[in-house]
Design a protein around this ligand. Sequence first.
Ligand code: BT5
Length: 211
Amino acid sequence: MDPIRLAEVTSTQDVARGLPVGSVVVADHQTAGRGRLGRRWEAPAGSALLASFVQPRRPLASLAAGVAAARACGERVRLKWPNDLLLEGRKLGGILVEVHGDTCVVGIGINLSWAPPGAAALGADRDRLLEGLRRELQRWFAAPAETVLAAWRERSDTLGRRVRVELPGGALEGMAEDVAGDGSLIVAGTRVAAGEVIHLRADGTPALSGS
Ligand code: BT5
């Protein structure tokens, strides 16, 4: 299926919703690009890869999408739990997985020629990156859970670090030890299913902004 290419949309997620599995929507500009928890995703027109991929619903979809995107971006790109893309510790891209019935819409934003302060840009060719993303998503959405978890661990920039997690009941600080079989992060023996993770330096101060 050829990608649907649009100049301007509210969000590629809005256009992709309801399309069949295998559909891809790409836009030059989003007027209401979104992140998780109602946050915004900003990118000047033509400066980023902004795409939504309709995939079959599966467990660990978010981690599978993270692995696929990191691999498409190249060796230097690592993952911050659950699936932020980091380049040299700075946020290069983000992934938003929205489930609709038996499909999930995987939204991926990757900075190419512009990045907000403290973030990173990849400087890659957009169409080549889009092809790589399609290929890797197809592969990782078909992979067994254990294979996805192993690949995620290998690409992780979070495991083995001290982190702070902001939770509704307060902050949890400690070593990010592993990802569990359900994709949650284990911090100092506690399972974290959702929450904001901040990577910390050895002295306990936050690592680079955006990470
Ligand atoms: C994400 O959310 O990182 C998921 C972003 C997904 C964007 C894609 S673009 C194509 C598709 N269509 C959409 O509407 N969305 C998807 P989150 O973890 O909540 O991070 C959001 C935060 O990242 C914001 O609050 C900002 O702090 C920061 N941010 C916004 N734009 C950024 C950019 N271009 N580069 C780096 N950080 C950014």
